[in-house]
Design a protein around this ligand. Sequence first.
Ligand SMILES: *Cc1c(COP(=O)(O)O)cnc(C)c1O
Length: 361
Amino acid sequence: MSRYLSERHARLEAYTPGEQPKDRRYIKLNTNESPFPPSPGVQAAVSEEVGRLQLYSDPLCRDLNRKAAEVYGVGEDHILMTNGSDEILQFAFMAFGDKSRPFAFPDLTYGFYSVFADLHGIPYTRVPLREDLGICVEDYDGHHGPIVIANPNAPTGRLLPPDAIDYLVRTHRDAPVIIDEAYIDFGGESAIPLVDRYDNLLVTRTFSKSFSMAGARLGFGIAQPTLIRDLDLMKYSTNPYNVNRMTMAAGVAALRDIDYYRENCRRIMKTRERVAKQLRTMGFFVTDSMANFLFVRHGQVGGEALYHALRARGILVRHFDTPAIRDFNRITVGSDDEMNALLKAITEVLDDKGYPIKENV
Ligand SMILES: *Cc1c(COP(=O)(O)O)cnc(C)c1O
């Protein structure tokens, strides 16, 4: 760091994104991207928009809001589009965080929550997960500040049902409750229908996972207009043109082609169930994930050892250097071919390490 870095950022620990190495071709199962390309409609819409790049994008995102309002059954004034859902999450920390109102989120969850809190000087409490790595919403009773829950949670993949979300929002009417639904399209039930009932609920979504658009950076929030206006204040105080023209065109086209993406999600869910079952027969503990990844631990082979052995075989998975989950790896559910290559590599690794698999997989 230079001697010019502001003192308030001197001890800031940034978020570590999953690695994107270029030294060889890898099967990438480490950042929860989709194995499927964007729909043809998206590719055409982006090409067409390139010719208009001399013009700023629409700060009101009108075309995209209109389409999203139709798809998600809410008013256009209930939506705020952002540069990835990371941006709307950051807006929520900026808008609702206060010294006197600490945030609360699970002790094992998306790493960006604590980074945003630290960046903006917002205190927070981490609420421990239960033994089974699930979230128990009653554990948030008595907390008076904003709450952020990823549902399904990352990196566990565990899902809360709508009535648990309803409980959380209903019992914390004095603060916003933010439900991060980055992975909800892989078998979960959304909390969006609750938005009408509660003015303290913000649901965030991303196009990065189920919509095959991680590289486009598009996310959004759905809430009642009062909350949306607070978040809008953050947007207009930082980056009014936060969604660029190509991404906006891609978003509209993706929502038009939603059946294509729904089918992709079904395929990923089917592959997820098959691979989870196979990994269990190979001696892995696998959480009941409702996301596009599996969170796995082998009884004998350590998480880091497995990570390195797979990397040497050209397969990237995500290992977290956090003591509580050091034995785990998070593995994105890719295409069937990619997952077959993974299972084959794991079989070899276990064999090498002296834990051969009895059953044929
Ligand atoms: C991937 C992810 C996001 C953010 O994704 P963007 O690419 O910024 O839209 C948000 N929350 C969770 C839990 C995620 O895994």
